[in-house]
Design a protein around this ligand. Structure first.
Ligand code: TRP
Ligand code: ZN
Length: 898
């Protein structure tokens, strides 16, 4: 995108410290939905470390300016404008009091102060605080906050803000107040308030040093029966951070509040985390096993931000991954420890596989398109567009690599030094890297490239065995292939890649590893090679037979490995690799290769066939009782259509769908008896348990059901699914049964059983918005057929009384599910999906730019698609570009069209 077209590009290189600092903030709110008055008294002084500025420039948006006073006297030289407030010729050190008005009732952006379900909530990250009051709304301005809330006691009985409750009481006219003090300095993006009719589940726990802490999960009264799991997850998070990182909860009280209108997952406001209801509310009847796991992960994530993000925060938004990548890494480790403890590698691998799937499907795709950016971006137009897979998930992989290089103990030493140096500060990704380097006595200059180069690195591998010398050499070459244009010009040189490797003998065992120059083999049968040059050869000695290499074990770096395994070798690794991740990976490679061949045939109309050896490899996995059910479920799941389409020279969703469906049907029919046996064997009768074991059984059983629904004669699957639907005592089984019924019926344009189950589901859960979201999503992601394209169903559902474009969860459940999770239907040749997409992006743009921009991204890879689809996609993008107003959506579509 040319800079001239968008003059508002913000660049990392332009960072300058703020001309003024704000040390204390006293906020007073008179909460009224249409007209909330905010009085803000700040202690302001000139920043000794910045160049002089006569005027104080405060940010402000959508505010009605009322008055300004300096040191108690009215100040006339204050000018409100579109972007904030300018105060001319201010003193060096003064008290500034500002009064302004905002309109929470009309705030559909869900940024700043807004009303949802009759209650007040705030969302300030990244730049929402300026929609509440005039401020230096940037993370390197840290202050202590005192907050006084006043509101009608009948309408808003609960008044919450950050920190500790200092005082509360009644006021005249049926109003009341509460005063909160947060003892810790914080940037404005961590400010929060909540007011309304809410109730809390409470627990008192003792932290490591013996102090008592009050924990609360606040929800609407009818949701109180869905808070236990979030509370347990919070209690576990608190213990885990003490044990693993020696980090204790620093406040006497820690609150989680659930709100149904929310732009993302959750927000780590100091002491007052605000969550999308989706990541709080769960009981067995309404939430799936995946929901339970997601809640644990997100509760952990926000809690862990208390140290990685809040106690040590970001200097500027280019450093976002400093807190997000690190905190994602911490929540991933937390979930793995909860599932398998520190030692159960197989159970930990399940979590690792799930995380890598997301990374490869979503982040690698981002790197291949116009939004490709480094973990630490160089520029942005709208910061909200940079809460991305790259910043979060690749950022987490970058943090994980420190641990892979230095071990858990070395990583812990680095974290300790990071907090010792930077507690209470706003810092950079470089500061984090330096702490890790210094604590481990290493120079990590080269490692900076992981932060400043966009694109997915490729490592190609060549191996050579010298039988006479018993030497085995592994030559690694790194590069970026033909990376996306946006990534190409940022490449500065080779990366430090921790490359974990094992060598496997022909009886399937790990061989001892001795590198040239070492006196003997190490005990470990996995070695982390430090691969630092463009090309580098590692030679293993005393290798008695030609081994099969197990490459990039546990996915030790976020790269693509290119190595020419034969199908037999992959089947062997799938059966024998001691590294559970790579065992799964071998199956994925085998399936991906086969599916891409088939997709190529489908694209040119050649008849499809599947090699018996692939069916045999699946059969072995399906019946291997030595493996955990959850692992088998992951191994038997084919790569997603989106991932496969991405791997094609020209993405062809219809061909991918045809190929994948062909394989699913073939596996269903060929292994029918095995699927049936697995289905019966892994039922979980009796009361629902949310344990990893029980959920593994359900996952494998429901995968079997989904394969059975592909049978040429699905009568038996329909019978099983109907029975499962009726008897289910939990949402995992009920929604899996409904999904199987919908897909079994797709080829016939629907079935009585599917329709009955859909109607029953709606009636049963009419009062549970999160379940109705599932009802929309299941229909939007169903298979569909020529007689009954899913777009028609989606269009009809848009008019359903329960549909509401203003609620992001609802919009996501129908529109995003269709546009981003049903590629074969969305990319219909007639362009109907694209026209629908354009209309919805334009409609959302006027309501909620952040959500609109997310939806806008579902067309960003348009140039990688087959030519027959490209024109329709470009036309839809151009239509959106010509009509949208928000900076958020403009940045996305302009980059896509550039
Ligand atoms: N900091 C939040 C997290 O990762 C995410 C976040 C950023 C967010 N901006 C937001 C959440 C806006 C909700 C709305 O935990
Ligand atoms: Zn986060």
């Amino acid at each position: 995108m040319a800079d001239t077209a968008t003059p508002n590009v913000i660049r990392r290189a332009d960072y300058a410290p703020p001309a003024f600092l704000i040390d204390t903030v006293a906020l007073e709110f008179d909460l009224v939905p249409e007209r909330t008055v905010v009085r803000n008294t700040m202690r302001v002084r000139r920043n000794p470390d910045a160049s002089h500025a006569a005027n104080l420039e405060l940010m402000g948006e959508q505010l009605e300016f009322v008055s300004a006073a300096i040191d108690g006297a009215p100040f006339a030289n204050a000018h409100a404008h579109e972007h904030g407030l300018t105060l001319d010729n201010v003193p060096d050190d003064f008290e500034l009091t500002l009064t302004s008005v905002c309109n929470p009732a009309e705030n559909t952006t869900l940024s700043g102060l807004y009303v949802s379900g009759g209650n007040f909530f705030t969302q300030c990250e990244a730049e929402g605080f300026r929609r509440i009051t005039y401020f230096l709304d940037r993370p390197d301005v840290m202050a202590t906050y005192t907050v006084t809330l006043r509101a009608s006691k009948a309408d808003y009985p609960v008044l919450l803000s950050n920190g500790n409750l200092r005082e509360e009481g009644d006021l005249p006219d049926g109003r009341h107040f509460a005063r909160w003090e947060d003892p810790f300095r914080k940037p404005s993006y961590l400010f929060a308030l909540v007011a309304g009719k809410l109730v809390a589940l409470e627990e008192r726990v003792k932290s490591g040093s013996g102090k008592e802490k009050l924990l609360q999960v606040w929800v609407e009264p009818h949701d109180l029966d869905k808070t236990r799991h979030a509370m347990d997850s919070l209690i576990n998070s608190i213990s885990w951070d003490e044990e693993r990182f020696g980090l204790e909860l620093d406040l006497d009280r820690f609150m989680i509040v659930a709100v149904s209108d929310f732009n993302m997952g959750a927000m780590e406001n100091k002491g007052l985390n605000i969550f999308n209801t989706k990541y709080v509310l769960a009981n067995p009847e309404t939430a799936t096993d995946t929901d339970f796991a997601n809640i644990e992960a997100v509760v952990g994530h926000e809690y862990f931000h208390n140290w990685t993000g809040n106690r040590v925060t970001c200097r500027d938004w280019f450093q976002l991954s400093l807190k997000e990548g690190l905190t994602v890494f911490r929540d991933q480790e937390f979930s793995a420890d909860m599932a398998g403890g520190a030692r159960d590698e197989a159970a930990r691998a399940t979590k690792r596989i799930e995380d890598v799937r997301v990374l490869r499907q979503m982040q690698f795709a981002e790197d291949a398109g116009p939004m490709a950016h480094p973990v630490r971006p160089e520029s942005y137009v709208e910061i909200n567009n940079f809460y991305t897979m790259t910043v979060y998930e690749k950022g987490s992989e970058v943090v994980r690599m420190y641990q892979t290089l230095f071990g858990r103990d070395g990583f812990r030493k680095g974290m300790d030094l990071y907090f010792k140096r930077h507690d209470g500060q706003a810092v950079t990704c470089d500061d984090f890297r330096h702490a890790l380097a210094d604590a481990n006595g290493r120079d990590l200059a080269q490692f900076e490239r992981w932060y400043n180069q966009a694109g997915t690195p490729r490592v190609s591998v060549r191996t050579k065995y010298d039988a006479a010398q018993q030497r085995y050499s592994v030559t690694l070459t790194q590069g970026y292939g033909d990376a996306a244009p946006a990534a190409r010009d940022t490449q500065k040189g080779p990366l430090l890649i921790p490359f974990a490797i094992g060598l496997i003998s022909n009886d399937g065992r790990d061989l001892p590893l001795q590198l040239e120059g070492e006196t003997r083999a190490s005990d470990a049968t996995t070695r982390v090679l430090e691969f630092t040059q463009t090309e580098q050869t590692f030679t293993f000695v005393n290798v008695a037979q030609e081994p099969l290499p197990s490459l990039l074990r546990n996915f030790s770096a976020p790269v693509i490995v290119e190595y020419d395994y034969s199908a037999d070798q992959l089947a062997f690794l799938l059966a024998h690799d001691s590294d559970p991740f790579n065992r799964w990976e071998a199956g994925q490679r085998l399936a991906t290769r086969e599916l891409l061949t088939l997709a190529g045939r489908a694209a040119t109309g050649v008849p499809l066939q599947l090699d018996d050896s692939v069916v045999a490899a699946f059969a072995r996995m399906l019946t291997d009782e030595t493996l955990s059910p959850s692992f088998r479920e992951l191994a038997l799941m084919l790569p997603s259509e989106a991932y496969l389409a991405e791997q094609m020279a020209e993405s062809n969703p219809a061909a991918v769908h045809a190929a994948r469906q062909f394989v699913r049907k073939r596996l269903a029919n060929a292994l029918r008896q095995d699927w049936l046996a697995v289905y019966e064997k892994h039922r979980t009768p009796g009361a629902y348990e949310a344990t990893p074991e029980a959920s593994g059984h359900r996952a494998l059983k429901n995968l079997a059901l989904s394969y059975l629904a592909e049978l040429d004669d699905p009568a038996e699957a329909v019978r099983l699914a109907s029975a499962q639907y009726d008897a289910a005592n939990n949402m995992t089984d009920r929604s899996a049964a409904l999904s199987a019924l919908l897909n079994a019926a797709a080829a016939n344009g629907g079935s009585v059983e599917a329709q009955q189950a859909l109607d029953d589901f709606y009636r049963r859960f009419e009062k549970e918005p999160l379940v109705i979201d599932k009802w929309f999503a299941l229909q939007a992601t169903q298979r569909g057929s020529a007689q009954r394209p899913v777009i028609e169903i989606v269009r009809k559902l848009m008019a359903h009384p329960a549909f509401n474009l203003k609620n992001p969860n609802r919009a996501r459940s129908l529109i995003f599910s269709f546009c981003a999770a049903n590629p074969a239907q969305f990319h219909a040749e007639d362009g109907s999906g694209y026209a629908f997409w354009a209309d919805q992006v334009i409609a959302l743009d006027a309501i909620n730019p952040q959500v609109a921009a997310r939806l806008a991204r579902s067309l960003e890879l348009w140039q990688r698609f087959t030519p027959t689809l490209r024109d329709g996609m470009r036309a839809a993008l151009e239509k959106v570009a010509s009509q949208v107003k928000s900076r958020d959506v403009r940045e996305i579509v302009e980059k896509a069209l550039a």
